[in-house]
Design a binder for this molecule. Structure first.
Ligand code: FAD
Ligand code: NAI
Length: 328
């Protein structure tokens, strides 16, 4: 009987589980529908270098995650980002410094997941549509009709709405995942030929269409000739404009940015938009991970905890812990 464990999703949760399992001597096989790893921590390559379109930075509050981030730091995968931080509220822009340590992957956010993936066996561009159990093992079916397996256990490390259908063999787990609503975020990246005349490097936005802006180039290890910015629309605005064509999303968010930033904003040398359909869970949970250990089916992801990078990593660790505990 195969003892390989299938992991669906190569975001941080899936890779965290993979790391914990391989460190314990288990064999894993990863799958992702995308062409590369990282999920919501992915970075987009562009003429202006790599741009972090999803997670912008992360904080570490749990002791285990803190230690792990420290080890990533020692290996050069992450660095501290200390932007000149602002807040925009009630139409007012104010300088808003604080003591919070904020980490970013270096030279791009996806460096972390790329390093964690290393040489682990992975199949990209493979969207799993069904996870089913034969008499003694698990089998996966992808949307091209191809079958993958056999596997001894399966860890589903996708956003909750995608996990719920893959968890059909364990109705209780499927029900829990289905109860988690996730909200969208429109992200826009823009590159300007010359630097905008502003000291702002990051800004939390409390009202209007935007929720966040960051000067991508102010993060450690990002260089290049363009002044690059990443804008995130609020979940509310993103929901209301879910199907707006990308050019119009760029135009509207560029307009909101120009109004907010308080300096001349020329047309960008280039701009791109990305829609994150399942950007963040509406509320946090304290599940750690979902498990039916007798069946050998597990689910993890940021939605099992805090809806943040830290939550994704911790959830992957928890899925692996519960799986290994059952093997003992
Ligand atoms: P994901 O990263 O979503 O990984 C899931 C993977 O599963 C993906 O690679 C996907 O392609 C794959 N997949 C899905 N369905 C299938 C299928 N059927 N078959 C195969 N593969 C499949 N967090 C912070 O801490 N700080 C921030 O500043 C921050 N900002 C954010 C901004 C945005 C716009 C977004 C979208 C998220 C942000 N987050 C932030 C949240 C953070 O990115 C996530 O919490 C974290 O990356 C989630 O990791 P994950 O592994 O749980 O899921
Ligand atoms: P954090 O502690 O830096 O921020 C948490 C929240 O506190 C911020 O959203 C902001 O509202 C507020 N805040 C923090 N410092 C501030 C300051 N100096 N001035 C004004 N307000 C400040 O980081 P944490 O807790 O790790 O959160 C991660 C970030 O990721 C948050 O900003 C969150 O909104 C964002 N996120 C975005 C998602 C999306 O889909 N757009 C999904 C998940 C997380």
């Amino acid at each position: 009987m195969s003892s390989t464990i299938a992991i669906i999703g190569t975001g941080l949760a899936g890779l965290s589980a993979a790391q914990a399992l391989t460190s314990a001597g288990q064999a894993v096989q990863l799958f992702d529908k995308s062409r590369g790893s990282g999920g919501r921590m992915a970075s987009r390559r562009s003429d202006a270098g790599a741009l972090d379109l999803g997670a912008q930075y992360f904080t570490a509050r749990d002791r285990r995650f803190l230690e792990t981030v420290q080890s990533w730091h020692n290996r050069g995968w992450v660095a501290e980002w200390t932007p000149s931080l602002y807040n925009f509220s009630d139409g007012q822009l104010s300088y808003s410094p604080d003591e919070q340590t904020r980490w970013v992957g270096t030279p791009r956010m996806s460096s972390i997941t790329r390093a964690l993936l290393g040489a682990l066996p992975v199949t990209f561009s493979c969207r799993i549509s069904e996870v089913f159990r034969g008499t003694r093992h698990w089998q996966l079916q992808d949307t091209e009709g191809e079958s993958h397996g056999p596997f001894s256990q399966v860890i589903i490390a996708t956003p909750a709405p995608q996990a719920s259908t893959l968890l059909a063999a364990a109705p209780k787990l499927a029900g829990a995942a289905a109860s988690v609503a996730m909200e969208p975020t429109w992200a826009v990246a823009m590159a300007f030929d010359s630097a905008l005349d502003t000291p702002i490097e990051a800004c939390f936005v409390q009202d209007g269409p935007l929720s966040w802006l960051a000067r991508n180039r102010s993060k450690p290890g990002r260089d290049g000739k363009f002044d690059t910015w990443v804008l995130h629309a609020s979940n509310e605005w993103s929901k209301q404009h879910l199907d707006l064509p990308k050019e119009q999303v760029i135009e509207q968010l560029h307009g909101a940015f120009a109004e907010l930033i308080g300096c001349a904003v020329p047309p960008p040398a280039f701009a791109l938009a990305h829609r994150w359909l399942y950007a963040r869970p509406v509320s946090a949970h304290e599940w750690g991970a979902l498990a039916d250990a007798d069946l050998g089916l597990y689910a993890c992801g940021d939605w099992c905890l805090s809806g943040r990078v830290e939550g994704a990593w911790l959830s992957g660790q928890e899925a692996a812990r519960r799986l290994l505990e059952h093997l003992r």
